[in-house]
Design a protein around this ligand. Structure first.
Ligand code: PRP
Length: 205
């Protein structure tokens, strides 16, 4: 399989992202010793890092020559066109006021660590129920008050009558963007990488 190609915004975002990837267990020696090289293998070569200017990261991802990109939210707002942003979001049933009442809330998720970190940051006690897939079922069936899950196109939420309550579960200005075709073809790999990076980021926050 071709390496998953991820474009990073040169500079601080590049350094932070490489730091996260290293913590997640990828060998990033090639990037650390890059000199003037712009395309570098990391891990066992299963990922290729491309170093570019912020707006160009979007161009490369949009055109599908890079599968993923890391850019600032500001760059997306200025240049955003057609790609998906990967968000970890808190979502619940349409019309339900998640924060109403004083009872302890129950959250269903595939990502308990990301979820724990988010609510700890808010100083809010919650109960987490680990669900293995199709997490959207949990609030629909009445098992949980909300979910924390990856949102890509947003269609799974919409088609199941759920809405985003907060999209800043990963409260950072940097965003992971993904090429629309890559998301279809390499969804599992991309989601696994997004999860690893988010878990490491929570640890250092
Ligand atoms: C992921 C995620 C959401 C959906 C989001 O699930 O957990 O359910 O994709 O994508 P969307 O915003 O484009 O609709 P996945 O398809 O990997 O299946 P799973 O829930 O069974 O793990």
């Amino acid at each position: 399989m071709k390496p998953l190609r991820i474009a990073l915004t040169k500079g601080r975002l590049e350094k932070d992202t490489i730091g996260l990837l290293e913590q997640a267990g990828y060998d990033c020696t090639a990037v650390r010793e890059k000199g003037r090289r712009l395309i570098l293998p990391i891990g066992g070569g299963e990922i290729e890092v491309v170093l570019a200017k912020a707006a160009d990261v979007i161009t490369y991802v949009e055109n599908g020559v890079c599968d993923l990109g890391v850019v600032g939210k500001d760059t997306i707002m200025e240049n955003g066109r057609s790609f998906y942003e990967i968000l970890f979001a808190l979502a619940g049933k349409k019309g339900c006021d998640f924060y109403a009442g004083y009872n302890e809330k129950t959250i269903a998720t595939k990502y308990p660590n990301v979820t724990r970190g988010f609510f700890e940051g808010k100083g809010m006690d919650i109960r987490i129920i680990k669900i293995e897939g199709s997490v959207e079922l949990a609030p629909l069936l009445g098992l949980s008050d909300a979910i924390v899950d990856i949102v890509e196109t947003g269609s799974t939420l919409k088609e199941n009558g759920l809405v985003i309550i907060e999209d800043n579960v990963a409260a950072i200005s940097a965003r992971l963007i993904v090429n629309t075709a890559s998301l279809k073809l390499r969804k599992r790999e991309i989601e696994a990488l997004a999860d690893k990076m988010e878990q490491e980021r929570k640890k250092i926050q």
